[in-house]
Design a binder for this molecule. Structure first.
Ligand SMILES: [Zn+2]
Length: 292
């Protein structure tokens, strides 16, 4: 909720049906994603108020190995934690690297970075995606653009490594809730060292399983297309058409209103008592007609 308030207060007059520089998604769609996540978090914000440390943020690599933890401190989750992690990660890597970065609400983070040109030197090295499970909380256009399975660069990565990490740390949560700061640090460090050792032993077999699973799914998909007699080119063309249709600029409310008003009364000035519901219903009809 604090993040949302900060974002809207900085630019309160921006239009919701505008696509900002560098973005493929219009503001209205991203605002809906943001609201759905904030609404889901309200309950947790209320019950977490009594704790001085609200929790941890973790960055894991492609192989689910922990790179860094960040203690949220008393203020809870903030977007600048993600920016700090991005910056730190890119400092450790050669400039030629491109990073696939997953975050639950990546559309809003991407928009903030493009809008305010945050870490502009990092932007060319980043590809954004949302973990596959968290995508269900996003609008349809976000699901199309930020789904890792729908972007060839991400392969069969699901981006849920953090959830698997939380599952492994789950057993220390009751202890940490009633521990002091340094005791909590010790418990988490010790547990994580144990998890790292276990993960290292399983790393090769786990990667082999993931690779075999990806190959099996590719074979299954290609076999299904062969049986149906559908060429892959046709699927790719249909996919590109869907993307371009979904990203098309929605008709501007005021312009359409003026056109309708001109047709019905010959008057270019919109009447004050025209209801937004009527306009929206007309827009919906026109939108449906153009997309079918
Ligand atoms: Zn979204």
């Amino acid at each position: 909720m604090e993040t949302k308030a900060a974002g809207k207060s900085t630019n309160p007059n921006r239009s919701t049906d505008v696509r900002e520089r560098g973005m493929a998604v219009i503001n209205d769609v991203i605002d809906h994603c943001e609201d759905s996540y904030l609404a889901a978090k309200d309950y947790h914000i209320k019950i977490m108020k009594e704790f001085s440390d609200k929790g941890l943020i973790v960055l894991v690599c492609q192989h689910d190995c922990v790179l860094w933890f960040i203690n949220m401190g008393p203020n809870g989750e903030k977007r600048y934690f993600m920016l700090a992690m991005m910056q730190q990660l890119l400092r450790e890597l050669p400039e030629s690297f491109t990073i696939g970065f997953f975050y639950d609400v990546i559309c809003t983070l991407h928009r903030e970075m493009e809008r305010w040109q945050l870490l502009p030197h990092c932007l060319p090295h980043l590809k954004f995606a949302t973990p596959v499970f968290h995508l269900y909380g996003h609008q349809w256009l976000c699901q199309l653009l930020y789904h890792p399975y729908k972007n060839p660069e991400f392969g069969h990565t699901d981006g849920e490594g953090c959830e698997r990490e939380w599952n492994l740390l789950n057993s220390v949560i009751p202890t940490c809730r009633i521990s002091g700061f340094y005791c909590r640090l010790f418990v988490i460090n010790t547990k994580q060292a144990y998890i790292d050792g276990q993960n290292l032993c399983k790393l090769a077999s786990c990667q082999k399983w993931r690779f075999d699973d990806a190959v099996a799914k590719l074979d299954e998909a290609e076999g299904a297309l062969d049986r149906l007699g559908i060429p892959i080119d046709k699927i790719q063309t249909a996919w590109a058409e869907q993307l371009s249709t979904q990203q098309a600029e929605p008709p501007h409310v005021l312009n359409l209103f003026l056109q309708i008003n001109l047709l019905t009364s010959g008057n270019l000035v919109p009447e004050k008592d025209a209801g937004m519901k009527t306009i929206e219903s007309i827009l919906n009809l026109l939108w449906t007609r153009t997309t079918l």
